[in-house]
Design a protein around this ligand. Sequence first.
Ligand code: SF4
Length: 423
Amino acid sequence: METPLTRHISFDRPPYNLSDYEKTGGYQALRKALTAMGPADITKTVQESDLKGRGGAGFNTGMKWSFVPMTGDHPIKYLICNADEMEPGTFKDRMLMEGNPHQLIEGMIISAFAIQANISYIFLRWAYKKAARLLRHAIDEAYAAGYLGKNILGTGYNLEMYLHTGVGRYICGEETALLNALEGKRATPRTKPPFPQISGLFGKPTIVNNVETFCNIPHIINNGPDWFKSLGGGSDAGTKIYGISGRVKRPGLWELPMGVTMRELIEVHAGGMANGYGFRGALPGGASTDFLVKEHLDVKLDFKSVAAAGSRLGTGTMIILDDHTCPVGFVHNLEHFFAQESCGWCTPCREGLPWTEKILLSIERGEGRLEDLQLLDMHTRFLGPGNTFCALAPGAMEPLQSALKYFREDFEKHINQKKCPWR
Ligand code: SF4
């Protein structure tokens, strides 16, 4: 099983510096892209590889790039790495940045060349201080070696790269809110269209991709689209950094073929549930996805299969709900996070999330009424897709709506027994 993204990542030794990276083939893909391929070739190769965005949206990366206007009427373009990883339970990009920062930088330079951008930013979660230190060092090394700056590899191509640390708001990970934040404005999402590929940072064509997405680029350029497709085991191409948090024997991250089953991830890689704990459900792709339960254990973790099972692959980082944990408290904790992180722009999200949180708290305390379950159902519709400006509120409703479906009896027990049955 090939693990191109993590092959050189080991936390038993310091992360790769430039010379380590070059010794294992680093920056060869950049050389190939800049000297033997044109921007259109690179975009076509990435599109043919069927690399889907690893930040959660799952859109074909090369196709996204192909929407950038490539005529001389657009001399200024930007490339941005979305490294604002802040969703509860999601920590895969941190490993990639801390473990092999040059892999990300090389992927970004190739991608910037493909859209002919001359300025690039890494928008990093403020709390990732170690990643910030390692990335700054790696960017300096890349400049010193002529991989960044003016006339890269003597080809006449110029690219500047800046590391920007955000102030720690979840909404900054939404690509248009990220653009506003980078422009120094309040981080509220923008209406689409226009899409950032046409009018993004400072109104110029802009591509925003996730860390894991960029890390795949050098490998696709080195090995070709068919190789990349052959890595996937389900309906999607490539490998994926899957993760698990919760009461399993070995919580963590694994690079596996796309389409591994939930059962294999939990029972083989994470070693199964911790002693004394049973499996009740899991959010398969981070905190803003719907629960899957025991009947879904053989679902393949690829974009289509997870959607068919009623959830989303999202970031591929699973949060486990065990049989000793109160589902009401679990969901309340998540809704508290989402209510706190609402940007306040639209009423259903700004007012509805704190209201949802309040109802859940009263149920958890044994002060709820059966009518509250109807109110919660109503919230999942009013805050659902199409009623708000961005996906934060609909995403926040996913764990709640699926908890009401799969764990309704737990909500009812709280109300009927007038206390939390887990305490
Ligand atoms: S859904 Fe929430 S976070 Fe998104 S724009 Fe509306 S208020 Fe802001």
